[in-house]
Write a protein that binds this ligand. Structure first.
Ligand SMILES: *[C@@H]1O[C@H](CO)[C@@H](O)[C@H](O)[C@H]1NC(C)=O
Length: 307
């Protein structure tokens, strides 16, 4: 059941991505100095993936299903949501919530281990105006259950620059991403919502007190987690959105500006690259991620698909 739902969302994401390439009406308008007419859409699907800025309007047809609008922006942006109005009868058990991250079947992104759940779920009902929420990363969900026919809400979604992205949800089929801790004790991850190949392009993790310099390069060290090293990168995959529940293929550390390590081909519902940092060093890891679509490639990691 979980997998079916998960795959449903994956399909929705990919179908949406494919169906509306380069739909960035705002961007052009901004460049030309016009006030572009915002995208505006009526929410019809119970699970909708919103990759565009604009307004989203929902009016209940009287079903009490729990549904969600899964919002995702570019990796270096956060999601800014304004509830222009909410009219959802509390007595009829109506409820709307803003989730800081994605939540699906009880699994959340970013994982609870890396970003505590406290303060990430905001639930409300009744008649409200102008409620604003901002996510901590490029992903957020509006969840709702509106049993009373005619009740509904309207939101305006904007994507805002995030100068220090930590957790990144990837819906693009390919891209190059860098994870950084900025010297902090924090865990950051990149999670794709499809099976993916991961190639390491640069690694500087756990180099305490050293200025990155080729002369000091240690090369890529393996099994760092098992050796008790406190800063490392995990590459792995899983079947839920929770990046702390992944099967780890490898955990890497060291200093290497041109690593020649084999590409990981992760045949799982989700692929994750997670940077664990103790705060003792400035870490960074750059990876190229590409959707695994060539079935002739032998996976380096496969997830068990539960029945
Ligand atoms: C980061 O992850 C490690 C290993 O999973 C954990 O022990 C540590 O508490 C986490 N740190 C933070 C700041 O969440």
């Amino acid at each position: 059941m979980k997998v079916v739902l998960l795959l449903a969302v994956l399909c929705v994401v990919q179908c949406t991505t494919l169906a509306s390439p380069l739909s960035t009406p705002l961007f052009l308008g901004d460049q030309l100095g016009f006030r572009a007419k915002r995208n505006s859409r009526v929410i019809e699907e119970c699970m909708l993936v919103g990759l565009d800025e604009g307004t989203y309007f929902y009016k209940s047809r009287g079903t009490g299903d729990v549904c969600g609008v899964f919002l995702a922006s570019q990796p270096d942006q956060v999601v800014h949501v304004t509830f222009d109005f909410v009219d959802v009868d509390c007595e009829a058990e109506g409820l709307v919530s803003f989730v800081d991250g994605w939540e699906l079947n009880g699994a959340v992104f970013p994982s609870e281990e890396d970003f505590p759940l406290e303060g990430r779920f905001h639930e409300f009902c009744g008649k409200l105006k102008k409620k604003v929420f901002i996510s901590s990363q490029n992903a957020a969900v509006i969840q709702y259950r509106v049993p009373k026919r005619g009740d509904g809400f309207k939101i305006t979604v904007k994507f805002v620059k995030n100068p220090k992205p930590c957790n990144i949800l990837v819906d693009d089929v390919s891209g190059v991403y860098t994870l950084r801790n900025h010297g902090k004790r924090v865990n950051c991850s990149i999670t794709t919502i499809f099976p993916a190949s991961v190639s390491l392009l640069q690694l500087s993790v756990g180099a305490v007190g050293r200025v990155p310099n080729r002369a000091f390069e240690t090369g890529v060290l393996y099994r760092c987690e098992k050796r008790g090293v406190s800063d490392y990168v995990q590459i792995g995959g899983g079947m839920t959105l929770d990046s702390s529940q992944i099967t780890v293929e490898d955990s890497l550390c060291g200093l290497d500006s041109n690593p020649r390590v084999r590409t990981s081909h992760i045949l799982c519902g989700m692929t994750t690259v997670r940077l664990v940092s103790s705060g003792l060093s400035h870490n960074s890891a750059t990876v190229a991620i590409q959707q695994l679509s060539d079935l002739d490639i032998t996976p380096t990691l496969m997830c068990d698909v539960p029945l």
